[in-house]
Ligand binder design. Structure first.
Ligand SMILES: [Zn+2]
Length: 139
């Protein structure tokens, strides 16, 4: 979901609520009611905090949406994850436990994760290892 365009400024952001309150503060200053002025200044601080919280939550939603898109795009094969584009493999424990898409290093048949040291093999490599084990047992 794209960010909704806002007007006014809050750091890099543009915010209409904070701008409106700033204008009200100016009007209340002109009236000269100190209690009203203090209340409006407090309200302005609350508005800034709400806008910052809103920004944080928008970023959190965008982050979760991105992770959901990745989850939907992952396929489980050979005990590893692969993107529909063919990219991969990616570490299963790193994604399942921490939602970190960690690429696994390997030689085409044996792969491992540098972050959690999870290791996985392709089906072809498992068959080759099973054959080696049988041959070794028959000696
Ligand atoms: Zn890992």
């Amino acid at each position: 979901m794209p960010f909704v365009a806002m007007t006014g400024t809050l750091g890099e952001l543009t915010v209409p609520l904070v701008d409106n309150i700033r204008e009200i503060v100016t009007l209340v200053q002109q009236i000269g009611n100190i209690d009203l002025y203090k209340r409006i200044v407090d309200l302005q601080a609350d508005a800034v905090n709400l806008e910052q919280e809103n920004l944080r939550l928008r970023e959190q939603v965008a982050n979760l949406e991105k992770k959901w898109e990745i989850q939907e795009d992952l396929a489980f094969r050979d005990n590893m994850y692969w993107r529909s584009s063919g990219e991969g493999p990616y570490c299963v424990p790193c994604w399942d436990n921490h939602r970190k898409l960690m690429r696994m290093a390997g030689n085409g048949d044996l792969f491992h994760c540098h972050t959690c040291h999870y290791a996985a093999t392709t089906e072809a490599e498992r068959r080759r290892m099973d054959a080696d084990f049988r041959n070794w047992n028959q000696r």
